[in-house]
Design a protein around this ligand. Structure first.
Ligand SMILES: [Fe+2]
Ligand SMILES: [Fe+2]
Length: 367
């Protein structure tokens, strides 16, 4: 039996014990052979590591697929490849990486050196990434294809900030409000800079005490920001982005109406970004899978209006895209189902497949 961090889990690995969320809800039972969806689910519940049956223990766990070598085409990479080859993506990637460097510097100075925060400059560095020619490619496509870079806090924070910015527009928020969530997304995990590196990057078993230390990052983030000259709601985003509307979050276990509204938005962007992160065995996860997990498990945890707006727009981003179903059929997404965004209508040549009426079928990947 060994402890495997969530980022290193692969389909085919077998769980050696029941896995519970931090409010004791069983997420994956002992003896489950993990698949993509289960790994995503563990991520959804912010599980950090899982005990896995060792191959040497004589377990019959299936062989995990070999990692993809550079240039090898993963299952959904023809779609990814199209995006990656586009001019817009190359430009986006270049500016994103350029901005990451200065953002890193900036964040460290704020957390360690007590530097003041230039809100305007920080917000502008994010919005500049999505101005200009983005025709045909959404920010989500861009982000999904940037996943090969393994950078714990910095790139994740920029992703969350970008998602918040777009999300704010979907919600019809004012520019001032969009600024708050854009900055809130950028700074939400700043407290992680105070967590010892040996815990953040620890490859094996995290003790309950270490896990509790990781959970202090929201309060530590708030403490870094509390005397800064920035909007108070941005500080609340750092403090409350792990709170959940059903009271299952931390640090305070607040219920919905007590959670800051901007923090509720950052929370959705945060989990979405964590769930869509690539794994060594596959490229970016098909957003319809993520939407279905939110639909089955997220409606109580997140603000109803925010989460439904988010899922509707993410799903709509992928209208007219070509997808492959789990039975091998291919077709185009032509119609969204308002009751279940993860199950749209698909046109497969002359046949229409309404996924809301076909419980055994689901979208596996883009093609
Ligand atoms: Fe966090
Ligand atoms: Fe985060």
């Amino acid at each position: 039996m060994k402890r495997v961090r969530i980022t290193e889990l692969r389909p085919g690995m077998k769980t050696a014990e029941d896995v519970f969320s931090y409010n004791n809800q069983m997420i994956v039972p002992k003896g489950s052979v993990l698949d993509d969806k289960m790994i995503t689910r563990l991520e959804f519940y912010s599980v950090l590591a899982v005990r896995i049956v060792d191959e040497e223990d004589g377990s019959e766990s299936e062989q995990a697929p070999e990692p993809l070598s550079d240039g090898e085409i993963s299952d959904n990479s023809s779609y990814s490849q199209k995006i990656k080859n586009s001019k817009q993506f190359k430009k986006f990637e270049e500016s994103f990486l350029e901005n990451t460097e200065s953002f890193k510097e900036n964040l460290k100075n704020i957390a360690e050196g007590g530097a003041e925060i230039d809100s305007r400059a920080m917000i502008d560095s994010i919005t500049s990434l999505i101005e200009g020619d983005m025709t045909g490619i959404s920010v989500f496509d861009m982000l999904h294809n940037m996943r090969q870079y393994d950078d714990f806090t910095y790139m994740h924070s920029m992703n969350v900030s970008l998602i918040c910015n777009v999300f704010g527009k979907w919600l019809g928020m004012s520019t001032a409000d969009i600024d708050i969530i854009t900055l809130g997304g950028l700074l939400h995990d700043i407290g992680k800079l105070k967590i010892p590196d040996n815990i953040i990057r620890k490859p094996d078993k995290l003790s309950p005490a270490e896990y509790n230390i990781i959970k202090t990052h929201s309060l530590q983030g708030y403490n870094i920001l509390k005397d800064k000259n920035i909007d108070d709601n941005v500080k609340q985003c750092a403090l409350m982005h792990h709170e959940r509307c059903d009271g299952s979050g931390y640090p305070l276990g607040l219920m919905g109406d007590k959670i800051n509204m901007y923090a509720k938005i950052v929370a959705i962007a945060d989990v979405y970004d964590a769930m869509t992160a690539a794994r060594i065995y596959r490229g970016p996860l098909c957003p319809f899978k993520v939407i279905s997990i939110f639909e089955s498990e997220g409606l109580q945890k997140y603000d109803g209006h925010y989460i439904l707006t988010f899922l509707e727009h993410v799903a709509t981003t992928y209208m007219n895209n070509r997808v492959r179903l789990n039975n091998g059929m291919e077709g185009d997404v032509i119609f969204m189902n308002r009751n279940q965004y993860s199950r749209p209508m698909i046109q497969c040549s002359d046949k229409f497949v309404d996924l809301s009426r076909e419980p055994d079928l689901y979208i596996e990947t883009f093609v």
